[in-house]
Design a protein around this ligand. Structure first.
Ligand code: NIG
Ligand code: FE
Length: 416
């Protein structure tokens, strides 16, 4: 299977260095080539170059990019997009002054989604989720991490993870899955949080591992949710079953989750709306990717993570959507890139590096995804002709994506 893309105005995101992430000051550079072509063979990027060297490839499907830009697909390393229904009633509560924590304390929030998920069949859930998957594919995402965490019982957590497995099989988007049993304490365990955590370790993790349903394990380590001790207990248990940790930390408080994640070699620590100098210091020299979710800060009216301070301290940072019904009901990675530029003062190059190669690194996948590199999976999108790369975050609602290519296949043409 061969696909040749010709007349690309600019190829963006070229990287042949072999690095797995872009750090600190390097994040403000992104490799480009003007007036180019790209050839995908059997799903992988085989070669690319300047139009003056464009090969004639027998039996290749041809796409004429018409001078548009070609970028690596977004690598969205943090979503909760398997959920049933929606929660706009709580959105109204928020408009009327309640905070995210107050809504959770009243039994809303995650527990509300758990009730709905319990009542929804696996097939119906799959149908709802596939709509969201088609939506994010059309917005340029090519690799996505999806969490469980609205089941909160062994049976319902398995239901969610089986839906994720079906999406992984059926959809052209690449999927990685995370077990998040410790997202909230299930209603049946109210007032017995430690017993719930013990059950997550004794019953849920072995059951998930027995079916090979999760790549990673996550814990909501924050004020009002799970403690550092409980987070460490779950990370240790996950590690016994080969699941690396990705931790929710420092959304509601300086929770200790960042330091705990680093101590346990977590792949990423995510959210980070509340970060002090000590947390930035803890991340320096570690393999743990700090991942920011500006869509959640935007939707909940929280302060944004200190991206500039982290990048200026030499850290690599990633950006993800957090697509979920309570704090970020959108999986639009372009909007995430725009928020990063507008609200966190990340340059377009920094934001795109954070949403592509560094997002892939936050899933341990940068050997295969996240940049235009010979041998990587041919997951790319093509835009209409743009005046410059900065146009992408600047004109944040202008539809610019024309073609979606996933696994070297031309999946979609958007009429814009
Ligand atoms: O990442 N913070 C924890 N979990 C989600 C929100 C989940 C929900 O409200 O349904 C988040 O923001
Ligand atoms: Fe989240």
């Amino acid at each position: 299977m061969k696909l040749l893309i010709k007349n690309i105005g600019t190829i963006v995101g070229i990287d042949e260095s072999g690095r797995d992430r872009v750090c600190g000051a390097e994040m403000s550079h992104i490799g480009t080539l003007d007036d180019g072509w790209l050839l995908a063979v059997d799903g992988l990027i085989a070669d690319y170059g300047a139009m003056s060297t464009c090969p004639a490839v027998a039996d290749a499907e041809i796409i004429d990019a018409g001078g548009g830009m070609l970028l690596p697909s977004f690598c969205d390393s943090h979503t909760h997009l398997v959920y049933a229904g929606s929660r706009e009633q709580e959105f109204l509560d928020k408009i009327n002054g309640l905070s995210y924590e107050q809504i959770a304390q009243r039994g809303g929030g995650i527990l509300n989604s758990a009730d709905r998920l319990h009542e929804t069949s696996e097939d119906e859930l799959y149908r709802q989720v596939m709509e969201r998957i088609d939506e994010i594919i059309a917005m340029g995402t090519g690799l996505v991490e999806i969490k469980s965490g609205y089941g909160l019982s062994t049976e319902d957590e398995l239901k969610m993870l089986r839906v994720i497995r079906r999406i992984r099989r059926d959809s052209p988007v690449a999927v990685r899955s995370t077990f998040l049993g410790a997202h909230a304490v299930a209603r049946a365990y109210t007032g017995r949080q430690q017993e719930y955590v013990d059950m997550v370790c004794r019953e849920m993790i072995p059951a998930v591992a027995a079916e090979g349903l999760a790549d990673f394990v996550d814990v909501f380590c924050d004020k009002g949710f799970f403690t550092v001790g409980q987070t460490e207990q779950i990370m240790r248990c996950g590690a016994e079953y080969g699941m690396r940790a990705k931790i929710h930390a420092n959304e509601l408080d300086i929770s200790g989750g960042v330091e705990a994640g680093v101590r346990h070699g977590a792949l990423s620590v995510d959210h980070l709306e509340r970060m002090g100098d000590e947390q930035i210091e803890a991340l320096r020299g570690s393999a743990t990717m700090p991942t920011m979710l500006p869509g959640a800060a935007f939707f909940l009216g929280m302060s944004y993570p200190p991206a500039r301070k982290m990048i200026d301290a030499g850290l690599a940072v990633a950006l993800a959507s957090d697509y979920n019904p309570g704090s970020s009901p959108s999986g639009n990675m372009r909007m995430v890139v725009s928020l990063a530029s507008i609200k966190m003062k990340m340059t377009p190059a920094e934001a795109i590096n954070a949403a592509t190669l560094n997002g892939a690194a936050a899933m341990g996948e940068s050997a295969h995804y996240g940049s235009i590199t010979r041998g990587k999976v041919a997951n790319v999108f093509i835009t209409k002709p743009l005046p410059s790369l900065a146009f992408l975050p600047y004109a944040h609602q202008t539809p610019v994506i024309r073609h979606i290519i996933l696994g070297g296949k031309h999946i979609k043409t958007l009429s814009i």
